[in-house]
Write a protein that binds this ligand. Structure first.
Ligand code: TYM
Length: 333
């Protein structure tokens, strides 16, 4: 079993990242014996697919690494690093660029959403982004990739690339399996339940950031869109109430229970009761993470040392697969 996943070091980590991905990372890390089986990285190269402010990218990389540590990633059990420090990612990305097809990439919904009608003006990196993502996981022979639902299509593409490469040049890569959180596959915006909670939403009120103060968390939940009805007894009755469903999903994911169990507790109550309870639960979960993060950021050199050590270990693990891929296509290196 080899678990690999990444996160872009742009902006803050939010509740969608935490419930959809990071909590699964920590659970998997804690479930398997310490060793070389879990690799988690800051996808700083992916961040370059959009314009960046260099000093911000640099600072965000350290801060996002500290946030992952605060969430429970343990550098003794997992390998934590930033992608740019392991040049094998870029090297394999180029090789896989010969295998991926333009048509496959054109069908990626993330590309279509982000590029819209302005594809011609987007960076080449935004288009080839999923090829780098395929390299990220294939490089380590990943078997399990814990991600939110929005990344599923990219993982399917990684499998397609691996299958074609293995067919064309001989068996080189394991086929990675996306692991989508059952509790929180897609946490939605607090302002618009038809959009996912996202770092790129211009409204900060749409998301709960892991650095938000207790008061800010409570006020964002109080102001979250909901409706005037009482909560029902069954999840099926939330089918037409996207905002209510999202808040119940968040409660259940935070509590580690199920939406049905939450409704059993709150059926018949309105949001005047439910929202303060949700705010208390969110604060109780996130405040300790924020406190650990504050402490970690007092020693940025220690965080940098974790990343340097992780990169050294990842480089060693990546080398045999990169060499095999290079040999398979006939490159002399
Ligand atoms: P990124 O940085 O957008 O998000 C990191 C992780 O958080 C999940 N996520 C969510 N889950 C539930 N609800 C949400 N609202 C929500 N928003 C984000 C994402 O699905 C992801 O798991 N391309 C990736 C980073 C990446 C990567 C990889 C991931 C680069 N290489 C290789 C896995 C394997 C990205 O931009 O995720």
């Amino acid at each position: 079993m080899r678990v690999v996943s990444g996160i872009q070091p742009t902006g803050n980590l939010h509740l969608g990242n935490y419930l959809g991905a990071i909590r699964q990372w920590v659970a998997m890390q804690d479930a398997i014996p310490a060793g070389d089986d879990c690799l988690f990285f800051l996808a700083d190269l992916h961040a370059l697919s959009q314009p960046v402010i260099p000093a911000e990218l640099d600072a965000n990389t350290t801060e996002m690494a500290a946030t992952l540590l605060a969430c429970g990633i343990d550098p003794k059990r997992s390998i934590l690093f930033n992608q740019a420090r392991v040049p094998a990612h870029s090297a394999l990305h180029w090789i896989l660029g010969g295998t991926a097809r333009m048509g496959w990439l054109s069908r990626m919904t993330q590309w279509k959403d982000k590029a819209g009608k302005k594809g011609e003006t987007q960076s080449v990196g935004l288009f080839t982004y999923p090829v780098l993502q395929a390299a990220d996981v294939l490089l380590y022979q990943a078997t399990h990739v814990p991600v939110g639902e929005d990344q599923k299509q990219h993982l399917e593409l990684a499998r397609d690339i691996a299958v074609k490469f293995n067919t064309d040049y001989g068996d080189t890569f394991a086929l990675p399996e996306p692991l989508i959180s059952k509790a929180a596959p897609r946490i939605m915006s607090l302002r618009d339940a038809s959009a996912k909670m996202s770092k790129s939403d211009p409204s900060d009120a749409s998301r709960i950031n892991l650095v938000d103060s207790d008061d800010l968390i409570s006020s964002k939940i109080r102001k979250a869109k909901s409706d005037a009805d009482a909560l029902p007894e069954a999840v099926a009755d939330l089918a037409e109430r996207a905002e209510a469903r999202n808040l119940v999903t968040i409660y259940a994911a935070l509590e580690g229970s199920t939406p049905d169990a939450v409704l059993a507790q709150y059926a018949g109550q309105g949001f005047g009761v439910f929202k303060p309870a949700l705010a208390d639960l969110a604060v109780a979960t996130l405040a300790p993470i924020r406190d650990r993060l504050t402490a970690l950021l007092e020693d940025r050199a220690a965080v940098a040392a974790v990343l340097a050590d992780g990169a050294a270990r990842a480089t060693t693990l990546a080398a045999p697969t990169l060499a095999a891929a290079q040999r398979a296509v006939g490159l002399q290196v």
